[in-house]
Design a protein around this ligand. Structure first.
Ligand SMILES: Nc1nc2c(ncn2[C@@H]2O[C@H](COP(=O)(O)OP(=O)(O)OP(=O)(O)O)[C@@H](O)[C@H]2O)c(=O)[nH]1
Length: 866
């Protein structure tokens, strides 16, 4: 049994078919009108809100989130097991449809989801299969059948915004992996954008249609069946020409003059082949209403379309034409037997025809052409409103009714099923003046029928479209919400990982810098003090005629005898100087070790403070490279320059090579053999010197005194040649009488002392003298340069500077790495925060859209029933 046009059976029962009680009918029509208006308003609101919703989605797709286009594939195994589960466990079934969700632009994403199709009052929803399995519900709450005018559909597929992604080389590629190379996310987003834009345009058209208040009622039937009389009865006016002879040749469309022509009654004769436009007089000929009859009778053979604007002064609750809700146009078509079947059929197929009213004479029943028409119209419209006219002429009314209904049953089963509502036996001619209960009832039923059919023809397409587009939106946002959720989870995991690392780095930064500072400080101060200790001791030893340090590679030269004393002095000097160089080298070697330890400390600090996975400083410390000369010319020139300055030995020349190759220092002088000045001070009361050199009057001291005296005469420090010259001068002195008196003992002492000295003291005295001279020379060279210019301090400073330089470089590298790591972590955190914000916003948005879509679906679902 087909569904009723009317929502409540009880209501129908209140309207007995008996014409006497037809007074209830208008109320039903009123209800239908109200329901229609309500549904229309809700639908318009839903259309606007859906437009704004998908417009928002479009914006969101453009600005905030590239909306992904999901693809759903049925899993054959899952489908089979779904059925199996359904059969075996009737109490608990799986909710919704199991699908494999993927994205054509991302072959790596795949998730099993359960799609719950949209049903009346429930939005289409999508959940991960794992989640859905945990939330299975009892069967009683599932699989509600779709209600109302919304068709139940496969919600795991798109209806409106379906993208054809078969764009392989020959348009046949379906593999996501193949597609991904051709489809960028953005190009899919663009396709979606285009679809959404089209949907918005389509909704604008639907809106116009929903807003369109007109509804066309085609009145047709056999020739002379009383169609014009019926139209006149509906209008309660004799407007349409009525005759015993067939007279209606034109399509006469009757419109409400009040609603559509400023209340002016007139006739518009449409021009053939020109689209009618009420505002454009060139598309029609205007004529007074009184011309209608003459026009129809004069143009009998022409198939003309006339617009008749009429004022129906009846109450809107009783008038069909002027009903206050719908602009109805009644189309009085020519009789079918005029071979206009085809025309009428075409007419009835046209979308704008909402209702077909078929007038049949009770006397003749259905002719062949009437039968043909009814069969066709029933296929097109399912229901046809049938008026069995001239019922007053029938004597055996029951028999007539039975026969007519029997025929209707064959011609239009749906109409027959609701015959009480749709088939009416009336006397139209009698109703023109004052109506009649049976005709009033017919009118009321016709109004309801027109309104319900109107709902179907005008509201249902919009409602269905909204249902489809909202289902598509649900699929889109459901799939995107799953993606957003996964991305949000990932962003939060990233944040949980990277944020503490960044915080640790931030709080540890100062600590690292302080530690590096102290390692630098400690390293350089150790090398400085160690160098000082080593070189001070070495210099002291040298000044005592010993090697600066004990080393296997250096040995004091052995005394070769008096004849080679000069060479001996040179060798001693070279050896002592070399020992000082060796001491410097030793200090440098120690500094290398200290520096190396400190570099290791810095590297450990790096391990402590740098997070895992971050590259450590790449520079490798090569201790041998310390104190070395750089290969390029400039640096060598600079080294040489430095070597001529404060740093007199070792230093920039490297590896302690300095003093022993210093030509100025190597050449022995007389005072390397006889340190007269020293001896003089030792002999004549220099307490400090005494303490240093615990020796009483020796042969050397005697000779020293002599030579000291000579130097007083000579006036300046002299070399070997100077001695000869001095002796000559001494000879000259003897020429004076006075001098001879004191010169003899002095000369004697000198001679004796010298002789003793040469034989006994010289071999052991030379190293000490040379050593002292070296110390003194170094001290002299440092004069005017301050403390830092002394041999020991200069080296200590140089060595510690080199250490500091290396350590500073290592610290700098580590700090650079740390800073880069912190920047990277910071970027990572910022990126994750941004992703979290974006995905959380997107998720929020998608959830919100899901909620709104569900509300809109309810709003768009028509309350009217089919
Ligand atoms: N007694 C009676 N006469 C009717 C009824 N309906 C129509 N007539 C008469 O039937 C004749 C034909 O009526 P029309 O209304 O012209 O019929 P039609 O179907 O419009 O005719 P065409 O347009 O020519 O096909 C007229 O003389 C009407 O008076 C009715 O219900 N009862």
């Amino acid at each position: 049994m087909a569904a009723s046009y009317f929502p409540q059976t009880s209501r129908r029962e209140q309207i007995p078919h008996d014409s006497e009680q037809g007074v209830e009918a208008p109320r039903v029509a009123e209800d239908m009108q109200e329901a229609y208006v309500g549904a229309k308003e809700r639908l318009l609101t839903a259309i606007d809100a859906t437009k704004s919703l998908i417009g928002g989605l479009r914006d969101f797709n453009k600005k905030s989130w590239v909306v992904r286009y999901p693809q759903f594939q049925e899993e054959p195994d899952a489908a089979a097991s779904e059925d199996a589960v359904a059969e075996l466990t009737p109490v608990k079934k799986r909710k919704g449809m199991r699908r494999s969700l993927s994205f054509p632009d991302d072959p790596n994403f795949q998730a099993d989801v359960v799609v719950n199709p949209a049903r009346a009052g429930r939005a289409c929803s999508m959940t991960l299969a794992s989640v859905a399995d945990a939330e299975e519900e009892p069967e009683s709450t599932q699989r509600d059948e779709a209600e109302g005018l919304i068709p139940s559909s496969d919600s795991a597929d798109f209806h409106v915004i379906r993208l054809d992604l078969n764009i392989g080389a020959h348009g046949s590629s379906r593999s996501p992996a193949t597609l991904v190379s051709q489809l960028e996310k953005s190009s899919i987003a663009n396709l979606l954008d285009e679809r959404i834009s089209n949907a918005v345009t389509h909704m604008d058209k639907l809106r116009l249609r929903v807003e369109d208040t007109s509804s066309k009622v085609l009145v047709t039937g056999d020739l002379n069946a009383g169609k014009s009389t019926f139209v006149n009865a509906l209008l309660r006016r004799e407007v349409m020409p009525v005759d015993q002879q067939p007279c209606t040749t034109a399509f006469c469309e009757v419109h409400d003059a009040v609603a559509e022509n400023d209340g002016k009654e007139e006739l518009h004769i449409l021009k053939d082949g020109v689209p009618y436009n009420k505002g454009d007089e060139s598309t029609f000929t205007r004529a007074p209403l009184s011309d209608l009859e003459s026009f129809v009778s004069e143009n009998e053979d022409e198939s003309q379309v006339l617009k008749i604007y009429l004022s129906d002064t009846r109450d809107p609750t009783s008038s069909l034409l002027h009903n206050g809700v719908v602009d109805i146009s009644l189309i009085d078509a020519p009789g079918l037997n005029r071979d206009l079947v085809k025309t009428t059929e075409v007419f009835s197929r046209q979308e704008e025809i909402d209702v077909v009213v078929f007038v049949v004479s009770a006397e003749n029943h259905f002719t062949l052409s009437a039968k043909e028409f009814l069969t066709t119209a029933s296929k097109e419209k399912a229901y046809v409103f049938i008026v069995v006219n001239k019922y007053d002429h029938i004597r055996d009314k029951a028999k007539c009714k039975r026969l007519v209904l029997q025929q209707i049953k064959e011609l239009s089963p749906a109409t027959y099923a609701d015959a009480e509502e749709l088939v009416h036996f009336v006397d139209s001619a009698a109703a023109i003046e004052n109506g009649a209960p049976s005709f009033d009832k017919l009118e009321s039923k016709l109004r309801s029928f027109v309104l319900v059919k109107r709902s179907k023809s005008k509201l249902a397409p919009a409602s269905t479209y909204l249902h489809h587009i909202l289902s598509d939106v649900d699929l889109l946002v459901g799939a995107n919400a799953i993606v957003a959720e996964a991305e949000l989870k990932r962003a939060r995991e990233d944040l949980d990982r990277s944020r503490p690392v960044l915080e640790n780095m931030k709080s540890g930064r100062q600590n690292l810098e302080d530690s590096l500072e102290s390692v630098e400080e400690e390293g350089s101060s150790i090398t400085r003090s160690r160098t000082k200790v080593l070189l001070t001791s070495a210099l002291d030893r040298v000044s005592q005629g010993k090697l600066g340090i004990d080393t296997a590679s250096l040995k004091m030269p052995s005394y070769p005898g008096l004849l080679y004393i000069w060479d001996y002095a040179r060798d001693v000097k070279r050896t002592l100087l070399a020992s000082l160089d060796a001491a410097v080298k030793m200090a440098e070697d120690e500094a290398r070790i200290t520096t190396s330890n400190s570099v290791n400390k810095i590297s450990r600090l790096g391990d402590e403070h740098l997070p895992e996975g971050i590259d450590r400083p790449r520079r490798v410390f090569i201790p041998e490279a310390m104190f070395s000369v750089r290969g390029d010319r400039n640096s060598r020139r600079r080294s040489r320059h430095v070597s001529n300055g404060a740093v007199v030995a070792g230093g920039m020349l490297g590896l302690g090579i300095g003093l022993a190759q210093h030509p100025d220092m190597l050449e022995p002088t007389f005072f390397d053999l006889f340190d007269v000045q020293h001896q003089f001070w030792v002999t004549f009361g220099d307490k400090k010197a005494e303490a240093e050199e615990d020796s009483p009057m020796t042969a050397l001291s005697i000779a020293s005194v002599g030579v000291g005296a000579l130097t007083m005469v000579g006036g300046q420090a002299i070399g070997a040649r100077g001695i000869v010259e001095g002796l000559l001068r001494i000879g000259a002195l003897f020429e004076s009488e006075n001098t001879r008196k004191w010169a003899v003992p002095v000369l004697g002492a000198v001679t004796i002392g010298a002789a003793v000295y040469f034989v006994l003291e010289l071999p052991s005295a030379i190293p000490r003298t040379v050593g002292r001279r070296i110390k003194a020379t170094l001290a002299k060279e440092a004069e005017g340069r301050g403390v830092e210019g002394t041999f020991v301090e200069a080296h200590a400073l140089r060595v510690s500077r080199e250490t500091r330089k290396v350590l500073r470089l290592a610290s700098w590298d580590l700090k650079g790495c740390f800073r880069a790591a912190m920047d990277e972590k910071s970027r990572e955190v910022q990126g994750a925060e941004e992703a979290e914000r974006k995905t959380a916003k997107a998720l929020d948005y998608f959830r919100n859209v899901e909620g709104k879509s569900s509300e809109l679906r309810q709003l768009a679902a028509l309350g009217l029933v089919a």
